[in-house]
Design a binder for this molecule. Structure first.
Ligand code: NAD
Ligand code: GLY
Length: 371
């Protein structure tokens, strides 16, 4: 049952505005979905790991509203964030006679959420969907803001659409079954909100990182809420990333290169982002934007979150060259020039390019354990 401590964060996007509800016992309560539009059928899209844990309970809750509730089960893993897997969703929608009112429910982490959102954006040119994120990463980031899509072998999240959900349901209870490594990966996306937008939150994270690692309910509730508030503030101003929204990619330029360079799934997305934030912080230091103390504090926090902080080699002969090659495919690159999210001392971030030689220096530096 929703309890009094259920919290709501609104994403302010005019007609596309929606609420994120955060609390315990939400996802399997029919009342959670009371405001959604009526339809004949609903589709739960999940994967082979999450469906056995939660799909039946979501199905029961949705049966109060929809005459037919189908479940589509995808293979689990970043390496399945592909056209082939996306087609499994379309196959099921067509097989069961989905129409334009049918509602898709993404039950799972960011991979399921991004693919379900893209399926919803493109099936019959757009059907409604709801995010029911079950990883920390998806609750604080990927389910919010409408970025949907799949990977291409040459680049991460290269094919997709901006498409907002009708609602996001963050049930903190689902985080109790999350493997510790996945919890750490989610903390990377929580930590990023500090240096880019809110140094008071960064200090709060320094003080509460052990509680978060131990899954303390109050700490998790605050971390999810504050992260969603910051994301709402950014997305509300720049839904389609014409400027400000790019700051949410702090650590991602290096991180995406790590993911693609090692092969999707070798490192978790959050692990790559954690290490990528260390690299982006060092680049910010080299450019005179922040001091060594802030770099050291960030590295310590990322380490305490159980995340890697040493850049992995991507090529035996010229690792830095391979990083550069992969980063040129980044969506933020302009005319082949890589653009990085760089941080400043006071908790603000912006985008800038840097000379290749300096980036090479930072990659070499971050490939050693010396922070
Ligand atoms: P994920 O979806 O792969 O989930 C991680 C693992 O945890 C999977 O094995 C999953 O099956 C399992 N799992 C999920 N919920 C569970 C639960 N409650 N209990 C037990 N196991 C559970 O990974 P993720 O970290 O959630 O998301 C990463 C993806 O999100 C990447 O593809 C990334 O590109 C994307 N992303 C998108 C955005 C966006 O704005 N759209 C933002 C950040 C990341
Ligand atoms: N995760 C980055 C964004 O939503 O823009």
């Amino acid at each position: 049952m929703p309890t009094l401590d259920t919290q709501t964060v609104n994403i302010p996007l005019d007609q596309r505005s929606y609420d994120i509800t955060i609390g315990n016992g939400l996802f399997d309560n029919p009342l959670t979905y009371a405001q959604l539009p009526s339809a004949r059928c609903a589709f739960i899209v999940s994967n082979t790991t999450v469906a056995p844990l939660y799909a039946a309970r979501l199905q029961s809750a949705l049966q109060a509203k929809y005459a037919q509730v189908y479940t589509v089960i995808l293979p689990d893993g970043e390496e399945y964030k592909t056209w082939q897997t996306l087609n499994l969703i379309f196959d099921a929608l067509l097989k069961h006679g989905a129409d334009r009112k049918s509602v898709l429910f993404a039950l799972g982490g960011g991979v399921v959420g991004d693919m379900t959102g893209f399926a919803a954006a493109s099936f019959m040119r757009g059907v409604p969907f709801v995010q029911v994120p079950t990883t920390l990463l998806s609750q604080v980031d990927s389910s919010v803001g409408g970025k949907t899509g799949i990977n291409h072998p040459m680049g991460k999240n290269m094919i997709g659409a901006f498409y907002q959900p009708l609602q996001v349901v963050c049930d903190l209870q689902t985080l109790h079954t999350l493997p510790q490594r996945e919890l750490s990966a989610g903390l990377a996306e929580v930590i990023k909100y500090g240096p880019i937008a809110d140094m008071a939150f960064f200090e709060w994270l320094e003080a509460h990182i052990d509680a978060l690692m131990a899954r303390d309910s109050a700490a998790l509730a605050y971390a999810v809420k504050r992260s969603c508030e910051i994301k709402a503030w950014v997305v509300g101003q720049d839904e389609r990333e014409s400027g400000l929204r790019a700051i949410l990619n702090f650590g991602h330029t290096f991180g995406h290169a790590i993911e693609a360079g090692l092969g999707y799934g070798a490192w978790l997305h959050g692990e790559a982002v954690g290490c990528g934030m260390v690299m982006a912080a060092h680049l910010s230091l080299q450019l005179g934007r922040i001091d060594q103390t802030l770099v050291s504090r960030l590295v310590r926090l990322i380490q305490k979150a159980g995340l890697p902080t040493v850049a992995p080699p991507l090529d035996k002969a010229d690792s830095a060259g391979r990083y550069l090659e992969l980063m040129r495919v980044d969506k933020k690159a302009e005319a082949g020039a890589i653009r990085f999210v760089l941080i400043n001392q006071t908790g603000v971030a912006d985008m800038a390019s840097a000379p290749d030689a300096l980036v090479r220096h930072v990659i070499d530096l971050c490939s050693q354990e010396l922070h």
